[in-house]
Design a protein around this ligand. Structure first.
Ligand SMILES: Cc1cc2nc3c(=O)[nH]c(=O)nc-3n(C[C@H](O)[C@H](O)[C@H](O)COP(=O)(O)O)c2cc1C
Length: 175
């Protein structure tokens, strides 16, 4: 893939919030997880974990925890990406909190792009009640769920969401 193709690949992804419910192949899930494990991490400590949820009853509970966002129930798989504080803080102390959050965020980004590379759709979902998600998935106290990544086959929006001009983000040399 050359740089133009890479840019087109990124531009062609949109968040999808309507899913057919068609199950993912186990190979799709394995591919997404293998791609996540290539993500960089602070000190290579890989301070992230993921709970792969395909069970419909659990997805229904997660959708309720996600402020009733229906795409969490509809999508055949939800990757609940978590920061693993112990893995990072055991080495970096307090700074490890920030690193674990970044490690998990990068891993989730890789999963989202891996789904796209597989011609699957996804929706990064950050609005959820953390305590509810913790209870549903029986998460241990040292991990923090950072995103529910819904993945499946669905209907992309007719018009992709635009972006602000990139220059508005950019400060050169100093702010
Ligand atoms: C940190 C984060 C949290 C998000 N939370 C939600 C969410 O709770 N529900 C939702 O439908 N989309 C959510 N999104 C998706 C964004 O709305 C979406 O990425 C943005 O509008 C740009 O659209 P696009 O992904 O189609 O380019 C979230 C994305 C990020 C990165």
């Amino acid at each position: 893939m050359n740089s133009s193709e890479f840019y087109r690949f990124l531009k062609a992804r949109s968040s999808v919030r309507n899913y057919s419910g068609e199950p993912l192949d186990p190979e799709d899930i394995d591919y997404i997880l293998a791609c996540a494990s290539t993500a960089p991490s602070a000190g290579n400590r890989e301070a992230w974990d993921v709970v792969v949820v395909t069970d419909e009853d659990i997805r229904i509970d997660l959708a309720l925890a996600a402020l009733e966002q229906d795409h969490i129930r509809e999508a055949p798989a939800v990757f609940v990406v978590c920061a693993n504080y112990i893995r990072s803080m055991s080495h970096y102390g307090e700074r490890g909190i920030l690193y674990a959050l970044q490690d998990a965020t990068i891993a989730c980004t890789y999963m989202m792009l891996a789904a796209h590379a597989r011609s699957l759709h996804s929706c990064w979902t950050g609005a959820f009640d953390e305590n509810d998600v913790r209870a549903i998935l029986r998460l241990p106290g040292h991990v923090r769920p950072i995103a529910l990544l819904a993945v499946g086959r669905g209907v992309p929006p007719l018009r992709p969401v635009g972006r602000m001009p990139v220059e508005e983000h950019i400060h050169r040399e100093t702010w």
